[in-house]
Design a protein around this ligand. Structure first.
Ligand code: PLP
Length: 402
């Protein structure tokens, strides 16, 4: 078959795209325009948590497509109310604001924290503590919140009022100026920053400082939410309750949607005129979100992700034992990182050549994000491909005991 190069000249080059054009997906698999089938252990970057085109969401979304696409937030939208209620019923939040992406959700959380700080502590309390190697998005405020210089490069002047502390460092928490700080914002597993989970003791201490010193605890659950870590929301692994948390990615099974969820004492800072979005919570997006969450709850998808995560761990552990290039496994549930001493990008490319899609998380972490509906057989297949790559000597330095 003749291969035609896709014409992408009119697309801004914000991504280094792989030489693959995907045209179809179902369950854990996607197909390219040449008819090749791939095992997709990226889930569209932690988004298609129920696999591609899940039947239940497809059915609900198709019905909504025939009914009403958009009407604006000047009117009540029943599936929006139902999704908000279900999220509130299954989390520590009392109210929800819907938007369209992870960055927009974090942007909303930042605005909410600033308003809360000003109203309850005074106008000096606008600073937000975030962490080195964090990732919170690409808008001006969220890239300013992100603790990575490479994300911020070229966009100065940044939005003021962010201070970056080292992650998992208890001593650093002592340096916070409580009077001028309104919130601490963090991921419970740093996803883009290298699949690095929070130390439970550190997180408990951080939460207790927030409570004692009157600062909001805000969790960015854009990547860790919607069952990915083996709980519906990542914070539920820890004995903490955020005042605010954000969702996107897995919430809509691939349909764009984001959400800011907050306890009442914070949520009440948003009143008519303070925040908004034309598309946020539109009938199609919230129908996708509602169907996704209903399915997840009815089928215990989060605990399934936990179980499959343990299984994936047990299969990856021998790679650490047998191949010196593989240094450690990190992560929670089905958000996994293989820390490698070199060549992470080559491993991802070699896997793609064998029709397995995986991701990077920084220069030396291979990120594995299967759909939460994957099977043990698919996990065996993926780990088998990874092992064959190490075995074939793509990595020169293979331990002598194999
Ligand atoms: C933790 C986290 N926050 C925010 C974002 C930004 O989300 P979006 O790309 O939907 O704006 C991401 C995206 O990777 C993320 O992983």
């Amino acid at each position: 078959m003749e291969i035609t190069m896709p014409n992408h000249q009119a697309i801004m080059e914000t991504y280094n795209r792989f030489p693959v054009t995907l045209v179809k997906g179902k369950g854990s698999h996607v197909w390219d325009d040449q008819g090749h089938q791939y095992l997709d252990f990226t889930s569209g970057i932690a988004t298609c948590n129920l696999g591609h085109v899940p039947d239940y969401v497809h059915e609900k979304l198709t019905a909504q497509v025939d009914t009403l696409w958009h009407c604006s937030n000047l009117y009540h939208i029943p599936p929006q109310q139902a999704l908000a209620q279900l999220l509130v019923d299954h989390s520590c939040a009392d109210q929800v604001f819907f938007c369209n992406s992870g960055a927009e959700a974090n942007e909303g959380a930042i605005k909410l924290a600033r308003k809360w700080g000003r109203e309850t502590k005074g106008e000096q309390a606008y600073n937000i503590i975030t962490f080195k190697q964090s990732f919170h998005g690409r808008t001006l405020a969220t890239l300013s919140a992100t603790g990575q210089a490479k994300i911020q490069q070229g966009f100065a002047p940044l939005v003021q009022g962010f201070q970056y502390l080292p992650y998992n460092d208890s001593d650093a928490l002592e340096t916070i100026d409580y009077d001028t700080t309104c919130a601490i914002l963090l991921e419970v597993v740093q996803g883009e920053g290298g699949v690095l989970p929070a130390d439970p003791d550190w997180l408990t201490k951080l939460a207790s400082i927030c409570q004692k010193k009157n600062m909001l605890l805000m969790i960015d659950e854009v990547q860790t939410g919607m069952g990915r870590t083996g709980e519906l929301f990542g914070y539920q692994h820890f004995s903490i309750e955020p005042d605010v948390f954000t969702l996107a990615k897995g919430l809509g099974s691939g349909f764009p949607i984001g959400a800011v969820l907050a306890k009442q004492h914070v949520a009440k800072q948003f009143q008519p005129g303070t925040h908004g979005s034309t598309f946020g919570g539109n009938p199609l997006a919230v129908t996708a979100g509602l169907a996704t969450l209903e399915y997840m709850l009815a089928h215990n998808i989060a605990s399934q992700a936990n179980e499959l995560g343990l299984y994936l761990n047990s299969k990856l552990a021998p790679l650490v034992a047998n191949y010196s290039i593989v240094e450690a496994i990190r992560g929670m549930g089905l958000l996994k990182g293989l820390l490698v001493s070199e060549q992470a990008a080559e491993i991802v490319a070699a896997a793609r050549a064998q029709r397995l899609l995986i991701l990077l998380a920084g220069p030396n972490v291979v990120r594995i994000l299967p759909p939460l509906t994957t099977t043990k057989m698919e996990i065996d297949q993926a780990v088998g491909i990874l092992e064959s790559i190490f075995k074939k000597g793509l990595m020169a330095d293979v331990k002598s005991n194999i």
